[in-house]
Design a protein around this ligand. Structure first.
Ligand code: ZN
Length: 281
């Protein structure tokens, strides 16, 4: 595997396709967000095994660039101005030698602020001016609906209301599993949000799975029934987690985990106990 390391980008290959993990920045969360409704002593033990404090769980935001058939596909747009320490995606892209105008396709895996926050530029125009944007129809309809469930935080509503409508004339809404560029597939993985998708990158028999927020932390792999506060449908999320992990473990394919620390969040998944183990590369 060809790999070039820097603090902001990490180049790797999937079969014959060139990929770049792009750091948007890093945030921190606490155990109440990642592991609510779990016995606190069990959470404490799990965090201690990872040498983590309950109030300071590091969480990078790691987007993906795939070069395929002369096209450049960007997966997620980072957090934009949602928090200090994030919103660096475009400088990471520049470090990879790619300008916003070079992006052909932008896949938005779901409508949460840390994935769509960088969708517009400072003037409110699409940040990737020549790109078509792809999102699951169900996800788009959820976030652009006039009646979001009361459980959706105000901040999430505001970011979606600001970032999604300007894409209305260029968004491509997809249903089910769809190949959106040669070797790049959108995979329905609902549960975290109603229309959450993962992305499969396939070439020469290899498959990378970009799992987005199906898992927020390796501890969620070890304890798949410990749902973050943001999972809107935990039962569906659990089915999605099993499907993704079974698929990744069966082909021993590379997994790109948006929030796994440290950057670039690349690794493999193998069965362990009643869950799975994360093996970073
Ligand atoms: Zn996220």
């Amino acid at each position: 595997m060809d790999a070039t390391h820097s603090t902001a980008i990490d180049r790797f290959a999937v079969g014959g396709l060139r990929c770049v993990a792009l750091l948007d920045g890093a945030n921190h969360y606490d155990a109440g967000i990642f592991f609510p409704d779990v016995d606190p002593s069990a959470v404490e033990r799990a965090l201690a095994e990872h040498a983590l404090a309950p109030d300071d769980i590091p969480s990078p935001y790691t987007c993906l660039l795939v070069e395929t058939d002369g096209r450049r596909v960007l997966v997620d747009t980072g957090g934009g101005d949602m928090a200090p320490g994030v919103g660096r995606l475009r400088s990471s892209l520049a470090a990879a030698g790619v300008q916003p105008a070079d992006i052909d396709t932008v896949i938005l895996t779901h409508g949460h602020p840390d994935h769509i926050g960088g969708t517009l530029d400072a003037t409110g125009a699409p940040a990737y001016p020549n790109a078509r944007y792809v999102m699951a129809r169900r996800e788009w309809e959820f976030w652009t609906s006039a009646s979001l469930p009361a459980s959706v935080p105000e901040f999430f509503r505001d970011v979606a209301a600001r970032n999604l409508p300007p894409l209305a004339d260029r968004i491509e809404l997809v249903d089910g599993e769809v190949e959106v560029a040669p070797g790049v597939l959108v995979l329905p993985t609902p549960g975290h949000t109603p229309g959450h998708v993962a992305v499969g990158v396939q070439s020469q028999g290899d498959e990378l799975l970009y799992i987005s927020d199906a898992f927020l932390h390796p501890i969620h792999l070890e304890h798949p029934d410990w749902h973050p506060i943001y999972d809107v449908d935990p039962a569906t999320a659990l089915r999605t987690k099993r499907m993704l992990c079974d698929r990744a473990a069966a082909n021993h394919g590379l997994v790109a985990a948006y929030h796994f620390d440290p950057f670039p969040g690349l690794g493999h998944i193998s069965p362990r106990g009643h869950g799975w183990a994360w093996e970073p590369i």
